[in-house]
Ligand binder design. Sequence first.
Ligand SMILES: Cc1ncc(COP(=O)(O)O)c(C=O)c1O
Length: 463
Amino acid sequence: MDLFTLHFTKNEPLYQQLYHYIKINIEDGTLKPHEKLPSKRKLSDYLNLSQNTIQSAYNQLLDEGYLYSKERSGYYVEKIDWFMTPIEKKDISIETKKTKNYSYDFDFNSIDTSEFPKKEFAKAYKDAIDEVSLFETTGSPQGLYSLRESISRYLLSSRGVDTSPENIVISSGTEYLYDLLIRLLPKKTVYGIENPGYAKIGLLFRENKLSHVPVPIQDNGIEIEDLNENEIDCISISPSHQFPTGILYPISKRYELLKWATQKNSWIIEDDYDSEFRYSGKPIPALKGLDKSDRVIYLGSFSKSFSPALRISYLVLPDSLMLRYLDLAHFFVCPVPSLTQRVFQQFMDNGNFTKHLNKMRSLYGRKREHLISELLKTKFPLSFLGTEAGLHLHIRLHTEIKERILVEKALNNDCKVYGITDYYYNNMNPHKTAELLLGYGNLSEVQITEGVQKLKEAWKDCF
Ligand SMILES: Cc1ncc(COP(=O)(O)O)c(C=O)c1O
């Protein structure tokens, strides 16, 4: 009877608390198989509960097979072997992976939310919620037709891409878009990825056990020779603002690539991730806009231009791949909720998206200039490499000191900057130069000034 030292709470019916208590004691082996439980009368006196309460708890344990009863004898613990050898718990908590926060983080993936159009977005949500039909089904696997129409209008006016809503597939980010593409292209496809490049893409190919080859980035992007030598069937590039170097593929290289793809019947995946933010000269039209042979798969995202949290991105598929997609479409469900899609469609259609983009372009443009001028004031021996677009600067520091040491010194002074080596395939950087990426999207001008000051202190003995 010692066992039943139970403290009842007010939150749960008494019989359930008793049921849980006995169940746990059976599972952890405290109550042994075939052990007799106290009679209802004894337990009711001891715990000061009604016999009905005890009966209800025993009944539930009987129903679930934790107890068995013997006529005129009482209730006994069932023998349930597998409870006796609990599996060792693995630590899968995200807590353990938490990274350190730095007061000054030149992160190039985050955006400025100070100008987030809360009022307009809330209104678009309210209007969409009123449209209850959005909640009836999962919607088209390709995404809402009306959003695809808005995207096709936007692509024509801002990226020079003439496509129809029928060729657009909406999804939830790079992982989903590439997952989809991998299913559409033959399994034996040899993929090429830019080196340095967006690390996620190489990882996706590796995880899916697909042939892939890193292709070096030269001053004007990748070389066609490298594509031919490695018998690449599909090359993934970011020609309008190469990630991470910031290089712009010149028009001659764009035509060379299109010629290569047309002659070889190969594919080009064009990742146009942050093309909206170009600060000097005219916006560069997308490669897809020049593609007369339908060999370019265009990949667009609203992660930089609006919010990475919205998870809206899309593919523009060439007709032949679109037909393959339609064959498989019954397998797919668009991962972006129809409600979110409708909200963003309204946001695009009523001009709020363009207004927001224009505001953000000048805000990021000011931050970019401020960061450049603060870095110049330090007199660091540096050159700017990719500065004309996007939300980060790419700089080279002319020093013997290793990139890794410069990053570490900055981290030790509470300031995070990013070495370009991390974006080389397998972290194999063939160059000895120290090159860093400094994002400015999420830092205020004051934080930029203070962050650069931190770098100056951190690197005072380096130059
Ligand atoms: C090179 C590159 N491609 C694509 C994306 C878009 O990513 P996603 O649509 O998965 O948020 C990003 C991040 O903004 C990026 O840096």
